[in-house]
Design a protein around this ligand. Sequence first.
Ligand code: SAM
Length: 205
Amino acid sequence: MVRQLRNRGIRDERLLDAMGHIPRDLFVPEELRHSAYDDRALPITSGQTISQPYMVATMTQELSLTGTEAVLEIGTGSGYQAAVLAALCRRVVTLERLSELTQTARERLDALGITNVAFHVADGSVGWQADAPYDAIVVTAGSPRVPPQLLEQLADGGRLVIPVGPGPVVTLQRIVRRGDSFEIADVCDCSFVPLIGEAGWAEPS
Ligand code: SAM
């Protein structure tokens, strides 16, 4: 998997090392373990997905982590990306709207001895003000727009990586805060499950 990531242009050696060590097979349903190291998204429970390794790597690389940062992740899902982030920064706050996913993810990270991740069941489309500001924020679900609350919760110089657009194909954007202004760059096209919440998509009826 790491060789494939390298071949596709992932250059952050700390990130490659973390993804080489974190056992992705523990984050996928048992019947899909044989595919755990394929470079593709896989279904997990509750109709959600664990993101494709290349997308996890791209999003994380765009956060430019050095080890000292406070990071907010929106969309805990399986917990895999939270485990990768935990290896690369000081502290992770991860938000998930579905409590059953939070529970399993927490058990997985506990079993791996990862202690610098705080889990909350919450609507992450409005971020998590209690621990703001964050040096980096990553949204792992597709949003119709950039939620203003996430921009407000970024530290000066902080990076927000978020898939944005009307979907199903969305644009991964990297936004850097410079005082009261924001530099926005498009990274690539991608496809994600929807960010459902107050500043995201409406709950399906
Ligand atoms: N990062 C995850 C991983 O490593 O497995 C993959 C996340 S999956 C592609 C997207 C997740 O975002 C789903 O678990 C979904 O329930 C969650 N989600 C969607 N809207 C949300 C919201 N408003 N707040 C928090 N989580 C949300």
